[in-house]
Write a protein that binds this ligand. Structure first.
Ligand SMILES: NC(=O)c1ccc[n+]([C@@H]2O[C@H](COP(=O)([O-])OP(=O)(O)OC[C@H]3O[C@@H](n4cnc5c(N)ncnc54)[C@H](O)[C@@H]3O)[C@@H](O)[C@H]2O)c1
Length: 381
């Protein structure tokens, strides 16, 4: 079966874990742990190949991908040091709003260090490299840069996976453009494999299903990677807060008053590197009006946690391309992303995604098998 050709924008920690993970699984004997789907619609992880890469950091641009992923300020755990030569050189992107001003106050080893180079024409590169899809890993708050990569995908006829909380796939105007061009898209904002969001969603739903009245909750996260450094600027956080808060609120029949829920990145602790620590507290009222509370501390390596989900989003997106389905793949977005076009419970989303993987042809719009797709890429029954 043909390989899956991906382009990646933003060669930070998440891209590093993804590239290393692909090589690591390729070197294992087939029963390695850590995957939701070793095979997904006949695609395996080792079928994914990076064919183009974009960044703006002088320590990454111009270098082979397999070297750039280890360049500072990347600091995630090494999964696989010995990588095959990719033949891909990281190319200069358009900076736009990718670099927050406050980063200059930090040591170069911890922050982005933009190169002084002219940007390439992203859509031309996507076309020339015959990329199937582009994965967007822009920093939080880089709405303009994200839109630039999304537009390049539309121009080049390439699918789009939006791993970040800048709203594209969950924005109906953008979604309609992908649908019209019959290009699949998955987004927005990756819901990590076992991270704070899915844990918080699961716990709050369990409380509600057991008849507890949830009163208040918080989720505080700290980490020492550039994602956390970038998020020290609260002006960049608006969509991240919406994405993370809605992901939890959506699991309750009756959303909490906004003063009773607090979710967000809380601080940058450099020595933690890519280790993210999440603190979750839930307060609820049970039988007889008696209160209870629970607290949980979660410690995870942030970036492999995202790659574990992205490898499924990529393979589902490739299935949609194979089946000529355009627009957001609704259940896949709901299962793999925090801010999908339609929120579901994780159980519903998982069932829908399995149905999508299994179906011979499928409606991206409603999540049920269909006979064919119409000329504009939308589903027909
Ligand atoms: N780790 C997770 O589990 C997780 C989950 C959900 C979302 N995310 C999001 O994914 C995104 C990427 O995370 P990360 O940890 O890899 O971040 P990172 O800071 O390590 O990487 C971002 C990269 O983008 C580059 N960049 C900045 N502006 C650019 C531009 N205009 N064009 C091209 N490259 C540019 C930077 O130089 C850097 O290499 C963040 O927005 C993060 O919030 C991560």
């Amino acid at each position: 079966m043909s390989r899956i050709r991906i382009a990646v924008a933003g060669i930070g920690n998440c891209a590093s874990s993804l590239v290393q993970g692909i090589a690591w699984y390729a070197s294992q004997n087939g029963d390695a742990p850590g995957l939701m789907h070793p095979d997904l619609g006949d695609y395996r992880i080792e079928d994914i190949a990076v064919v183009a890469a974009f960044d703006i950091d002088r320590r990454k641009v111009g270098r082979p991908l397999e070297e750039a992923i280890f360049a500072a300020p990347n600091n995630t755990k090494t999964i696989c040091r010995d990588l095959p030569r990719s033949g891909v050189t990281v190319q200069m992107g358009n900076i736009f709003d990718g670099v927050a001003d406050h980063m200059h106050e930090f040591p170069a080893a911890e922050r982005f260090d933009p190169a002084d180079l002219a940007p390439v024409d992203v859509s031309k590169v996507l076309h020339e490299t015959r990329a199937d899809m582009l994965l967007n890993y822009m920093p939080v708050g880089a709405q303009r840069a994200t839109e630039h990569y999304a537009r390049a995908c539309l121009d080049a006829g390439v699918a789009f996976i939006n791993c970040v909380p800048c709203f594209i796939v969950s924005d109906e105007n953008w979604a309609a453009e992908f649908r019209r061009r019959r290009l699949p898209c998955v987004g927005d904002d990756v819901k990590a494999q076992v991270g704070a969001t899915i844990t918080h969603r699961t716990l709050i739903r369990m409380l509600a299903e057991r008849g507890m009245k949830v009163d208040s909750t918080y989720q505080l996260n700290v980490g020492g990677n550039t994602d956390f450094l970038n998020m020290l600027n609260r002006d960049r956080l608006a969509s991240k807060k919406i994405s993370k808060t809605e992901a939890v609120q959506s699991q309750l029949e009756q959303p909490l008053d906004e003063r009773q829920i607090h979710i967000g990145p809380s601080d940058y602790v450099p020595f933690l590197k890519d280790n993210k620590i999440g603190f979750i507290r839930l307060e609820a009222i049970g039988f007889g009006g008696v209160p209870m509370n629970m607290e949980l501390r979660l410690s995870v390596e942030d970036s492999p946690n995202s790659a574990g989900v992205v490898v499924d989003a990529v393979r589902c997106c490739k299935l949609a391309l194979d089946r000529r389905i355009g627009g957001p793949i609704i259940p896949v977005c709901a299962y793999t992303m925090k801010h999908p076009p339609v929120q579901m419970t994780d159980q519903e989303a998982r069932a829908g995604m399995e149905q999508f993987i299994a179906a011979a042809s499928f409606s991206a719009a409603v999540g049920s098998p269909v006979a064919s797709a119409s000329a504009d890429g939308s589903a027909a029954f």
